[in-house]
Ligand binder design. Structure first.
Ligand code: SF4
Length: 397
């Protein structure tokens, strides 16, 4: 029996945040229902490929999955339970935005089987939230957070974002201090990246400047210091958790070698999947996705990964077979994001190759420069290496 994670993409949001380049946007209730119906058909149709798997984690991402009715989420989970083998202890996460789930909805999410909430706060400063185009205030977040606790959620992540336009270290520290006072089990803290095509990118000349590299680095240092003081361990470059609350879904992805699998089934618009050496992603075109998974079109649907399948009959795109070298590269650059680092023996067992033969010169360089360290069988980034992780990790791609 093999293990896997399931990702469900819900591409709906109340409004678009200025920095967002995710596949998401506002939609009518009718469109949401059509989408959920199509999603259920995809989940059922694909189940025959996953008969030998036990699902260890389910992650509803987006978008804002909490804009759906709790009944929609319950239908999706019931469908998964009916057609897949779900581990009794599976981690089931739902991403949510403050203000999209009142008390009743939270209770119903819990009853449906959600056992982990990931709340997108980003900042505890209302001026920053407004600038980012978020739909909520800090007070609305607090209400959602406390209600989620009352509803019985004992595993909550809060997403934060630093290096915002006009932000200084003092603003960021204030956000961190407010959040740690709440004692969530998990905190994700990423730096803002201004992606092409976003509103922020298009009007970047009119925004206050973002913190420079030095200040960005200081923010990372402060994040690590403050969170450590409050009992959070950094286990991945941008992720911190109380003991035992590391996000299992993401760990499967990052620790390919440790879990002996990084198999992921992604369902929904734009969702990507990795199964064995194969990777693909679903179409990003809503009309096409809905058409392919309409009831009367399903018998035509071909879910094989052959290169010659007609594009009208599948939603799978960018189908790639990962080469041995690509798999080794992923093992390195994803594994090294984890503070635990990578095991040389694990590498040898997974690829029947000596890590020094493949990456000897890069390892040598970064070890000598103090950006990496070696303890017995384990190779990891040092604190200095984490500060320049993009540069270091790019050497393994
Ligand atoms: S809520 Fe999240 S997914 Fe939706 S627009 Fe904002 S950042 Fe993007």
């Amino acid at each position: 029996m093999r293990s896997m994670g399931v990702y469900i993409h819900i591409p709906f949001c109340i409004q678009k945040c200025v920095y967002c380049d995710f596949l998401s946007g506002p939609a009518t209730r009718q469109r949401q229902q059509e989408y959920v119906d199509a999603l259920l058909r995809e989940i059922v149709w694909e189940s025959k490929h996953y008969a030998v798997y036990t699902v260890k984690t389910i992650f509803f991402g987006g978008g804002t999955p909490s804009v759906l009715e709790a009944g929609d989420i319950a239908r999706i989970l019931d469908c998964l339970r009916e057609h897949y083998r779900i581990d009794a202890d599976a981690e089931i996460t739902l991403e949510m935005n403050p203000g999209t789930a009142a008390w009743d909805k939270l209770v119903n999410f819990k009853q449906a089987g959600i056992n982990r909430f990931s709340i997108g706060l980003q900042s505890a400063d209302n001026t920053e939230l407004k600038m980012l185009g978020r739909i909520h205030t800090y007070e609305a977040f607090l209400q959602t957070y406390h209600q989620a606790r009352e509803a019985g959620f004992a595993n909550i992540n809060i997403d934060l974002m630093s290096a915002l336009p006009g932000q200084h270290i003092e603003n960021w520290v204030r956000t961190l201090e407010k959040v740690v006072a709440l004692q969530p089990e998990h905190i994700s803290a990423y730096s803002l990246i201004i992606e092409e095509g976003t509103q922020l990118y298009e009007h970047r000349d009119t925004w206050a400047p973002v913190p420079d590299e030095e200040e960005d680095r200081q923010m990372y240092q402060e994040t690590k210091r403050i969170l450590a003081e409050h009992g959070y361990r950094r286990y991945e470059i941008s992720n911190y958790a109380k003991h035992g609350f590391e996000c299992r879904h993401n760990c499967i992805y990052w620790q390919r070698g440790v879990w002996h699998t990084a198999d992921f089934a992604g369902f929904g618009l734009g969702a990507s999947s990795t199964v064995g050496n194969w990777r693909w992603e679903n179409t990003k075109e809503m009309e096409r996705y809905l058409t392919v998974f309409q009831e009367h079109n399903l018998k035509q649907y071909d879910s094989r990964l052959a290169k010659n399948i007609s594009s009208e009959r599948t939603v799978k795109e960018a189908v790639t077979r990962l080469s041995h070298l690509e798999q080794m590269a992923e093992f390195m650059f994803l594994g090294l994001r984890m503070m635990e680092g990578v095991s040389k023996q694990e590498f040898a067992d997974s690829f029947e190759a000596d890590i020094n033969e493949i990456y000897g010169s890069a390892l040598q360089k970064w070890l000598q420069m103090g950006m990496m360290a070696q303890e017995g069988d384990i190779i990891m980034l040092t604190d200095a290496g984490i500060d320049v992780s993009n540069t270091v990790l790019s050497d393994f791609v």
